[in-house]
Design a protein around this ligand. Structure first.
Ligand SMILES: [Zn+2]
Ligand SMILES: [Zn+2]
Length: 90
C-alpha cells in the first residue's frame, strides 16, 4: 500500500489545508505528544480508511476529527516507525 505517494498529491488540496488548520487549531498548535509548539507540526491520521465499494483510500480530509491529531515532525516519524497505522475498510 503506497499511502505516501497517494497523500503527497493531495496535501495541497484546499480541503486538506482547511481540515489541517482546523485540527491544528483544536490542538492549539502543539504536538499532542510532547507539547512543543515551536516545531514543524504535522497532522497525523490514526487510521487509514479504504472505501470497500470503490477500493480506494478515503481522501485525507474525509476523516472524523477524532481520527486526526497534531504531532511534531519528530514524534510523527517516531510514531510511524513504531506503529503501523491500522487500515479500516469502510
Ligand atoms: Zn512531538
Ligand atoms: Zn502519520
Amino acid at each position: 500500500m503506497n499511502t505516501k505517494v497517494y497523500y503527497g498529491e493531495k496535501l495541497f488540496d484546499p480541503r486538506w489545508i482547511a481540515k489541517r488548520k482546523h485540527i491544528l487549531n483544536r490542538d492549539q498548535f502543539k504536538c499532542v505528544h510532547c507539547k512543543r509548539s515551536e516545531v514543524k507540526l504535522h497532522v497525523h491520521h490514526r487510521q487509514y480508511h479504504i472505501i470497500k465499494r470503490l477500493n480506494v483510500h478515503a481522501d485525507p480530509w474525509d476523516y472524523a476529527d477524532n481520527l486526526l491529531i497534531t504531532l511534531c515532525e519528530s514524534c510523527h516519524s517516531k510514531g510511524h516507525r513504531l506503529y503501523e497505522v491500522p487500515i479500516k475498510y469502510i
